[in-house]
Design a protein around this ligand. Structure first.
Ligand code: CA
Length: 233
């Protein structure tokens, strides 16, 4: 069990302390290691030296604005950047500028949306933390899963659920968090739907390797937990 294993590192550059704190709390709850900066000055350097896996960057910053930080970073790195902007028109204008940001979120935003977009960006760019467990191989880029060399015929939702659980072995994940992970389009889905996807997922694990279904454990009233030792035969 690697509960102390730090997750992907996210640097948040945001001068409004309340927004920065909310983002930090949500990202940490998701298992990310988070650092906060209030100014754009030196932000690109910090991102590279820490090093961060992803940068969340407010556009309006004291000292050096997000546009300049992004350009300074892009000169040296392909690190994914999620830009926070105050207005939707601003985001539209910025897309045309090609400052090198990978995605934009407009304020006021839902922290869950920022977390979901962070996760999607990291997945797209490869966060170097793909689930590496005995017997299980997950290829997020192609949505392919193998258990003990056997291909698992998973739906995209099942794949994302397995990937999410396998990345946090031993940690109880709530249904709400699993819904966020399984549905990147922020769809409203009931907990029962997640239960039924997990039931199907368990059945597929079982047919690939009897006993492997025990890797997904329901924790009454809380959610689900991944037990990787169920894969060790
Ligand atoms: Ca600001």
């Amino acid at each position: 069990m690697t509960t102390s294993d730090p997750g992907p590192r996210v640097l948040v550059v945001e001068d409004e302390p309340k927004i920065a704190a909310i983002l930090r709390d949500y990202l940490q709850a998701e298992g990310y290691a988070v650092r906060l900066l209030e100014s754009g000055v030196g932000a690109a350097e910090t991102a590279l030296e820490w090093p961060a896996n992803l940068l969340i960057l407010d556009l309006q910053l004291p000292g050096m604005d997000g546009l300049h930080v992004c350009r300074a970073l892009r000169a040296r790195s392909a690190l994914p950047v999620l830009m926070l902007t105050a207005r939707i028109e601003e985001a539209d204008r910025l897309r045309g500028f090609d400052c090198g940001a990978d995605d934009y979120v407009c304020k006021p935003f839902s922290p869950r949306e920022v977390v979901a977009r962070t996760r999607a960006l990291l997945r797209r760019h490869g966060d170097g933390n793909a689930a590496q467990l005995p017997g299980l191989r997950l290829d997020a880029a192609h949505h392919q899963a193998h258990l003990h060399g056997q291909s698992l015929p998973l739906t995209p939702v099942e794949f994302r659920l397995l990937d999410t659980l396998a990345r946090r072995p031993g940690t109880v994940l709530s249904r709400e968090r699993l819904i966020d992970a399984a549905y990147p389009d922020y769809r409203v889905v009931s907990g029962r739907t997640i239960d039924s996807h997990l039931k199907n997922l368990r059945r597929k694990l079982q047919s690939a390797a009897p006993g492997a279904e025990n890797a997904i454990e329901a924790v009454y009233g809380l959610g689900y937990r991944f037990r990787p030792n169920a894969f060790e035969t």
